[in-house]
Design a protein around this ligand. Structure first.
Ligand SMILES: Cc1cc2nc3c(=O)[nH]c(=O)nc-3n(C[C@H](O)[C@H](O)[C@H](O)COP(=O)(O)OP(=O)(O)OC[C@H]3O[C@@H](n4cnc5c(N)ncnc54)[C@H](O)[C@@H]3O)c2cc1C
Length: 451
């Protein structure tokens, strides 16, 4: 069954695809958004917890300098509120629990100095990576041939310092330091402003949240596009001929002049293209694996940790959740602790059954916040590794020799096929903000081509 002719088909209804479609629609260009899932939002998703409230099981935080997503949210009428960040944080490290205020934990000063020196080095190298073309950085070849793990070994003196920096990598990338090239980490840090911006709450990427949940922004964009959004239509093939482009999903077909593929490179590589993609593009998508994360929320009658002077933020080097936040709704009812399983811990517990996973996460919450954490009223998790239409999260991980060999292929259109998605952003790559700017950039490319 043919679904019709439009100027542009956008594949994917995440932040990137919907932002692209919104721009095109606003410019008077006809558009169809073709989405595989039965919902919009992609890597953001609200989970209904009753009483008109939600908890997010995908991307959620926004922060300063994320101007694209913040402007978009304002445009569609979604407010932000601050992440709960009052009181002491918990660090459970080397078998001992401690609390601290501010961003610097109370640990052995030698370890602290070790971490500080390595991070300062990282921040200064990151600034040397050009955001539009990371592969042109002065030492791009050497930085891209190294993993972050090998750099860490050379640039730290203490095992504890290495572990703490590895925890930072897990938190930002949902992977292990050996999974990514040094150049990838440097680019990503620069793209966020700095590594510190990526890990901070106040003043950083975790500063604020959306009232009503991040998916609400996507839902509002989709509502404005109305019948142009087609759900449960996984695109299997994109065929280019002399007269235009045909986008196929099962029996459905759209004819268009240009197409914007707004899915992660891994999933873009699973679409069949006629004619086939050039080898450089094909080889890029072969080398674009996704991170490993399971996001777990435990719901309690109240945020009991707040009364004990704790912010709900915790970090640890043990089993279970190693990064924890207070994820309660604005009125603090219920109290919610959010724990991330990332990298190897997500891989290990992703193979376990749900009960084992829940026990591991709650055991870690008990280590951080005491016995009351053991008995939540509800437990909501999402294993993004098992999501067919994401393939993992938070985003794409470039291992050694990918940026330098294939970085040029990320954004470069192939004939009438354009690429969007947070992975193609130069600023806040991997974040909702990067997704929005990438959609806007791809829409501008298409508008220029159609003019
Ligand atoms: C657990 C978790 C926590 C995160 N935390 C944050 C955070 O706090 N702050 C932040 O800014 N970011 C965060 N992120 C990352 C953020 O969610 C993403 O960067 C952003 O949502 C990506 O948007 P996108 O449109 O580029 O891609 P996606 O959201 O992946 O959108 C792509 C869409 O394409 C669809 N699709 C895929 N293949 C096909 C196909 N063949 N045919 C049709 N449709 C297809 C998918 O279903 C999806 O809807 C987090 C992500 C996760 C999972």
């Amino acid at each position: 069954m043919t679904r019709g002719d439009v100027d542009v088909v956008v594949v994917g209804a995440g932040f990137a695809g919907l932002s692209a479609a919104r721009e095109l629609d606003g410019a008077g260009v006809s558009v169809a958004v073709v989405e595989a899932r039965d919902r919009v939002g992609g890597r953001v998703r609200n989970h209904d917890i009753g009483g008109g409230k939600v908890v997010e099981v995908g991307g959620q935080w926004v922060g300063p300098t994320q101007d694209h997503v913040l402007a978009l949210a304002k445009d569609v009428g979604v407010d932000t509120f601050p992440t709960y960040d009052t009181g002491a944080r918990v660090l459970h490290f080397g078998g001992r629990r401690g609390t601290y205020r501010g961003t610097i934990p109370r640990i052995n000063p030698v370890v602290l100095a070790d971490v500080g020196r390595a991070q300062a080095r990282l921040e200064s190298l990151a600034k040397k990576v050009p955001l539009e073309e990371p592969w042109t950085a002065p030492k791009a070849e050497a930085w891209d041939a190294a993993t972050f793990e090998s750099w860490l070994r050379r640039n730290t003196l203490t095992a504890s310092g290495r572990t703490l920096l590895a925890l930072g990598i897990e938190a930002v990338f949902a992977c292990e330091p050996g999974d990514v090239s040094l150049l990838h980490v440097l680019f990503y840090a620069h793209s966020a402003g700095s590594f510190q911006m990526a890990i901070d709450t106040g003043g950083g990427a975790q500063q604020d949240r959306f009232v009503g949940g991040s998916q609400l922004v996507c839902a509002k964009m989709a509502a404005a596009l109305g019948a142009a959004v087609h759900l449960e239509r996984p695109v299997q093939a994109i065929a280019v001929d002399g007269g235009g482009v045909t986008v196929r999903s099962g029996p459905d077909e759209w004819r268009c002049r240009r197409v914007i593929v707004s899915v992660p490179p891994l999933l873009a590589g699973r679409i069949t293209y006629e004619p086939a993609m050039p080898a450089w593009r094909e080889q890029l998508t072969q080398r674009a694996p996704m991170g490993s994360v399971i996001k777990c929320n435990a719901l309690y009658e109240e945020p009991f940790w707040r009364a004990e002077g704790l912010s709900g933020q915790a970090t640890g080097d043990g089993e279970g959740a190693r990064v924890v936040f207070d994820n309660s709704p604005p009125d603090a009812s219920p109290g919610i602790l959010l724990g991330f399983l990332e990298g190897d811990e997500a891989r290990r517990l992703g193979r376990a059954d749900a009960a084992t996973r829940r026990t591991a996460v709650l055991d870690s919450f008990v280590r951080y916040f005491g016995p009351r954490a053991a008995t939540p009223a509800d437990f909501v998790e999402l294993d993004w590794q098992a999501e067919t239409w994401s393939g993992g999260c938070y985003g794409t991980l470039f291992g050694p020799n990918v940026w330098t060999r294939y970085g040029h292929a990320l954004r470069q259109p192939v004939g009438p096929v354009h690429w969007a998605g947070t992975e193609t952003a130069s600023v806040w790559c991997g974040y909702m903000d990067g997704a929005v700017s990438s959609g806007q950039r791809a829409a501008a490319e298409v508008l220029r081509a159609l003019a």
